[in-house]
Design a protein around this ligand. Structure first.
Ligand code: RB5
Length: 147
């Protein structure tokens, strides 16, 4: 599995640690930045990671900003993206089972690093339930064009 990661200054530290952890777990990781703690806009990193997932260059994406909110809102503008803003283990598992989320967004100023890593592992390891009702709901998300 190849995982795209991205962060702004609010998520840089977490992103670096998550990247290291994923590589140690044997995953291929593409890091779309940011590459330091200088203040920057989350938008470009969210778009790069989301487009990588949309274009199937990455299987999943992980985005971290201060709250995770800007990243998730931006990533969800990209077609085919289901970015889930997650703060705990329950929602990490539920969003894989129910939403088949392909991007995990977290807040570096919200979640302690140790917990963020546990969330990452659970989110990666949980398979979509494939239950009819969840497939139906996801199809309704993916087919909505916002007109
Ligand atoms: C940056 O200060 C902060 O606004 C950003 O990281 C993120 O939390 C936005 O949603």
């Amino acid at each position: 599995m190849k995982i795209a990661v991205g962060a702004d200054h609010g998520g840089y530290g977490h992103k670096e640690a998550i990247k290291k952890h994923l590589i140690e777990r044997g995953y291929e990781v593409e890091d779309f930045g940011t590459y330091n703690e200088e203040s920057t806009d989350y938008n470009e990193f969210a778009i790069k990671v989301a487009e990588s997932v949309r274009d199937k260059k990455s299987d999943r994406g992980i985005l971290v900003c201060g709250t995770g909110i800007g990243m998730s809102v931006m990533a969800n503008k990209v077609e085919g993206i289901r970015a889930a803003l997650v703060h705990d283990l329950f929602t990490a598992e539920a969003t894989r089972l129910h939403n088949d989320s392909n991007i995990l967004a977290m807040g570096g100023r919200v979640i302690e690093l140790e917990k963020a890593i546990k969330i990452v592992d659970l989110w990666i390891d949980t398979k979509f339930s494939n239950e009819d009702r969840h497939i139906r709901r996801i199809n309704k998300i993916d087919s909505y064009k916002g007109e």
